[in-house]
Design a protein around this ligand. Structure first.
Ligand code: KPL
Length: 315
């Protein structure tokens, strides 16, 4: 049971008139988003796989940034019989997005927006192929989250969230960012979401493998022994970004990385948490995506290559 103030009444202040969110992927970040959406009064239900049917879920045990713990009533649905989905928020790990969505092919009504919030890149394009009649929206977020047990979540860092369109149909859905903002405190819409995805990829290429391999909190990367390797990672990512038509400089990327290191100093990165729990990491969608683009442009990225191999060998 997490420490801090708690409130044992099941809370769910609903605004039944607003369309409900269906959330696929209730890991640390998904659990925190489900909690914040519920607390803001937006009807939210989590879509679970069949294996969860027998488990008792009294609700979500959620601890806020301020350390206030609440038990939140949360509606459940099951992926095989999902019922009506009005808007879908996908927060599985990058490597599971396509397999988690596949059972919904043919069941999701045309026009229902699909919002993807995961680390890494290269997945949204596959989702567009799977759901050619749905608006597909990609997002990046830097909120920190931890899962401390079955449906026990803690919000560990307030970050920024940006959404943007992947296909033409998605351009009509900028209001989704406003609705997320009501729950998260901030969320924006950016038509150039690709640039934000690359910037987030740079941050994840720098922070995630190092913290996972050396078992560090994010803030420990500010120490002098990591200065060189962080700079080399940023030089390599900047080279690939430039080749991809994303003008940037390695100094700018390094500044962004160090800002996130500072803002999330006390957090464990998602890759650290995945590795500690023996789960599959997002290395393919993060550094693996970078290596694929580097190879296509004939750019050498030896430092990122070394980190990729080291993470793969740990599994
Ligand atoms: O996105 C993150 C992650 O852990 O995956 C950062 C921003 C590095 C925060 O920990």
């Amino acid at each position: 049971m997490p420490s801090g103030l708690r409130d044992n009444n099941l809370k769910n202040s609903r605004h039944p008139s607003s369309p409900h969110w269906s959330l696929l992927g209730c890991g640390a970040l998904g659990g925190v988003f489900a909690s914040l959406l519920t607390q803001s009064g937006q009807p939210t239900r989590v879509l679970l796989s069949e294996r969860h049917r027998a488990t008792l879920h009294p609700g979500i045990d959620f601890t806020s940034l301020e350390g206030h713990t609440q038990l939140l009533a949360i509606e459940r649905g099951f992926i095989d019989k999902p019922g009506t989905i009005q808007r879908l928020l996908v927060m599985t790990k990058a490597g599971q997005v396509v397999s988690a969505l596949t059972p919904l092919v043919g069941k999701l009504a045309a026009g229902v927006p699909i919002v993807l919030l995961h680390n890494g890149m290269g997945i949204a394009e596959q989702v567009v192929q799977l759901f050619p009649h749905n608006p597909v929206i990609a997002g990046v977020t830097s909120h920190g989250a931890m899962q401390n047990g079955h449906f026990v979540f803690r919000h560990t860092g307030k970050g920024e969230t940006w959404l943007g369109p992947i296909n033409e149909a998605a351009k009509a859905h900028s209001a989704l960012a406003d609705q997320l903002a009501t729950a998260l405190g901030q969320a924006g819409w950016d038509e150039q979401i690709l640039t934000r995805q690359w910037q987030k990829l740079a941050i994840n290429c720098a922070i995630n493998p190092l913290t996972a391999l050396y078992k560090l909190k994010n803030g420990e990367l500010a120490g002098p022994r990591f200065a060189d390797v962080l700079q080399q990672i940023c030089v390599e990512v900047a080279d690939v970004m430039q080749a991809e038509g994303q003008p940037t400089g390695s100094d700018e990327l390094l500044r962004r990385v160090m800002t996130v290191v500072e803002l999330t100093a006390d957090n464990y990165s998602s890759m650290y948490q995945d590795m500690e729990q023996g789960r599959e990491t997002e290395i393919e969608a993060i550094t693996g995506f970078l290596l694929g683009k580097a190879a296509a442009h004939g750019i050498a990225v030896p430092v990122n290559q070394g980190l990729y191999q080291a993470v793969k060998e740990k599994r």
